[in-house]
Design a binder for this molecule. Structure first.
Ligand code: C5P
Length: 215
């Protein structure tokens, strides 16, 4: 499976469809977050799957355990590849989510890549998530190697904060695609560098070539 997840952070279905068509050669998993899910819901999931691709539903569940459990059950019916919960919800919530049978992969957000934090704080949340039966974490490129060292290679590390070129935006803990993949990321999540490019297919291809040959 290819390593790049494209974040479809756009408001409309047509734009998302166009991005999937243009980038499908380089991408197997597309991330749907609240921006698109609130607009197009099940329709967007169907479109991605009809194109032979997988869906990562990034709604970052953070609620009481019973609600998270039922949310994971509802997500399971969508036939998606993976979803997110927020590690800050704590042990009982994480266990409630992971207890659902035949569920998608669950990845726990550690600390948002737009926030400054310490590796120790990220690792504390990683260990909690792993002990609760969660399949992996969302963490910045800067923490990948310590997470892999502590949790082993089977525990997924999914990494946003990917910037092929230096830019000033809301992401704080960032690195290049090459750095993240060399450090051991299972997936890198890329949004604006591709979706806001003049030629999204060209940028997707460049990133693909820079990481796939090295992995
Ligand atoms: O546009 P950009 O490449 O920054 O997109 C990163 C994506 O990853 C966004 O959709 C954002 O919501 C998501 N994300 C993140 N940091 C996390 C979890 C998810 O940036 N910790």
């Amino acid at each position: 499976m290819k390593k790049i997840i494209l974040a479809l952070d756009v408001h409309d279905f047509k734009k998302a469809q166009d991005l999937v068509k243009k980038t499908s050669q380089y991408i197997d998993v597309y991330k749907v977050g609240p921006i698109l899910f609130l607009q197009s819901g099940r329709e967007i999931i169907k479109m991605i799957k009809d194109n032979g691709k997988e869906v990562f539903l990034d709604l970052k569940f953070h609620d009481i355990p019973a609600t998270v459990k039922r949310s994971v059950e509802s997500a399971r019916e969508l036939g998606i590849f993976s979803l997110t919960v927020h590690s800050i919800g704590g042990e009982e919530m994480l266990k409630a989510g992971s207890s659902v049978e035949n569920r998608p992969k669950i990845w726990a957000v550690t600390v948002l890549t737009s926030q400054i934090t310490t590796p120790e704080e990220v690792l504390r949340r990683v260990k909690l998530a792993k002990s609760c039966g969660i399949d992996g974490v969302i963490a910045s490129p800067l923490e990948i190697s310590i997470i892999k060292k502590s949790c082993g290679t089977d525990f997924n590390v999914v990494t946003p904060g990917i910037r092929p070129l230096k830019v000033e935006d809301d992401q704080k803990r960032v690195a290049t695609p090459e750095f993240a993949v060399k450090a051991g990321a299972d997936f890198i999540v890329v949004g604006r560098p591709i979706i806001e490019a003049q030629n999204p297919d060209e940028i997707a291809k460049n990133i693909y070539e820079s990481v796939e040959v090295k992995s």
